[in-house]
Design a binder for this molecule. Structure first.
Ligand code: URP
Ligand code: ZN
Ligand code: ZN
Length: 478
């Protein structure tokens, strides 16, 4: 009998800590050796000239979320995770959203029904708390955290999701007690409503005004408020989808003060601008780019790079939140034509996250290969309680691997995508670096854009308490 099931031979193995030319041996879905002259396997993959990196972990994606009377999401688990593996990812963490007035536990059950047998890659769930009743805070959240749903998100805006300050404090307090990590969407609800009504009265209803209605000051104020609430309740928080200098500097300020405030940013904040929302001539095409917070400007891109380089941000996620563009179910639905406020917020991006960061980050010399791996995989595993099972290439880790061509030049196009949406907001963007093969627990699930895996390959991952939430030491990578 062979010592290994598979050997990936002669590639450049990149982890968050090291870059070495080595072979990687896999047995029963796990990495068992990284070294030289590993041979005894029935299957050998030649990785000469390629990077061998841990599969991407995208800790911020939305799949199969309810529509609240608006347009339905373009991706459920099948198409969303198909798109994920085609983009070099092996784990995603979508959200189980609690519609107001319902039980969080029931919502979790519903999401499991959506995901069971449908996912191409491994997955966990964050919880979205929209209704922090005494039952939710006193019973449901503590028991769900104990069962492996160890992080939850709260919103400071959106009609159906917004929590007031008192509710946020209650959720933070509960998170501290159950050692969960809270992700916070920082945009001020009242300021956005005020701006929206003012713009509508002036007839400024085109998609571009979505960006005008929620400027950086609105994000900065909410970010500061979330940080202050976290300080008051002594709880670590993760500020998600940070869009520019003003909120980034709030995170830096908090971190310098010694507060446990972590940060996430996304491709749209280094690759799109608010001008994209103008469309061709203030027309509806701009709706393709409507997401929240909105993309800003080139100066904001530089601020985000500053935050990435100086460690303000730990994770780079897609915030994949796909809607169709065309049709009555899409961003162009009849109501959305009357005002930007009805255009569903969110854009697809799980399949293009790695290429955009690699291209603008590694290929253009802004970050190292090791930083790339940390930002796209290792730090997600550490932050959300999946380490040391996921997020690195070393004996004992799941053999979740992407083989990556660092020199391949491609143009992002909708026809290359595997998602359910009918467009990509990055259409026509030229990138350097592309996934050649994705392996999930040692099995090829995608090669050269061809899907080889099947729905149901992916397993649910109950997650450990995040060491970032627990205040413990983070174990070293690898
Ligand atoms: O516009 C966005 N980002 N929609 C997704 C929901 C969220 O706030 O993350
Ligand atoms: Zn959000
Ligand atoms: Zn999101």
């Amino acid at each position: 009998m062979s010592e290994y099931d598979l050997v990936i031979r002669g590639g450049t193995v990149v982890t968050a800590a090291d870059t070495v030319v080595a072979d990687v041996a896999v047995k029963a879905g796990r990495i068992v050796a990284v070294g030289s002259r590993l041979t005894d396997a029935p299957e050998v993959i030649d990785a000469g000239g390629l990077l061998v990196m841990p599969g991407g972990i995208d800790s911020h994606v939305h799949l199969a979320q309810p529509a609240f009377g608006g347009p339905a999401m373009a991706d459920g688990f099948e198409t969303g995770t198909r798109s994920a593996i085609a983009g070099g990812n092996t784990t995603v963490i979508p959200f189980a959203l609690q519609p107001r007035g319902t039980s969080l536990r029931e919502s979790v059950k519903e999401y499991h029904k959506e995901a069971d047998g449908q996912s191409y890659c491994d997955y966990g769930f964050h919880l979205i708390v929209s209704d922090p009743t005494p039952t939710v805070l006193g019973q449901e959240l503590p028991s769900l955290v104990a069962e492996g749903y160890t992080s939850f998100k709260v919103f400071m805006t959106y009609e159906d999701l917004v929590l007031n300050d008192r509710q946020i404090l209650d959720v933070f307090d509960c998170a501290r007690d159950c050692r969960a990590l809270v992700m916070v969407h920082c945009e001020g609800y009242d300021a956005i409503r005020f701006m929206t009504e003012k713009l509508e009265r002036a007839g400024k209803t085109a998609p571009y005004y979505h960006a005008v209605s929620r400027p950086q000051s609105v994000e900065r104020e909410a970010t500061h408020r979330a940080i202050s609430h976290a300080e008051l309740t002594d709880v670590p928080i993760m500020i998600v989808h940070v869009s520019g200098r003003e909120p980034m500097e709030q995170l830096r300020w908090a971190q310098q003060k010694g507060l446990k405030v972590y940060g996430e940013t996304c491709p749209q904040y280094i690759a799109l601008t608010a001008d994209d929302l103008k469309g061709l001539n203030m027309d509806e095409v701009g709706g393709k780019y409507v997401c929240s917070p909105p993309p800003r400007d080139h100066a904001s891109w530089e601020a985000i790079w500053e935050g990435i380089r100086t460690g303000v941000f730990q994770t780079f996620s897609s915030d994949h939140c796909p809607f169709f563009y065309e049709g009555t179910l899409g961003k162009l639905n009849p109501k959305a034509r009357t005002s930007f406020k009805w255009v569903p917020n969110g854009i697809p991006g799980v399949e293009t996250r790695l290429q955009i960061l690699f291209s603008k980050g590694v290929a253009e010399g802004r970050i190292t290969l090791n930083e790339f791996v940390a930002l796209t995989s290792t730090n997600h595993a550490k932050m959300y309680g999946l380490y040391p099972k996921k997020g690195s290439i070393a004996p004992g880790f799941d053999a979740d691997i992407v083989l990556w061509d660092p020199n391949r030049k491609e143009t992002i196009r909708q026809e290359l995508m595997h998602h359910g949406a009918d467009y990509t907001p990055y259409e026509g963007m030229q990138v350097t670096g592309w996934p050649v093969m994705t392996l999930l627990r040692g099995r090829k699930v995608c090669e050269e854009g061809r899907i080889l895996g099947a729905p149901g390959d992916g397993r649910f991952l109950p997650r450990e308490i995040s060491p970032y939430a627990a205040g413990g030491e983070i174990r070293a990578a690898g």
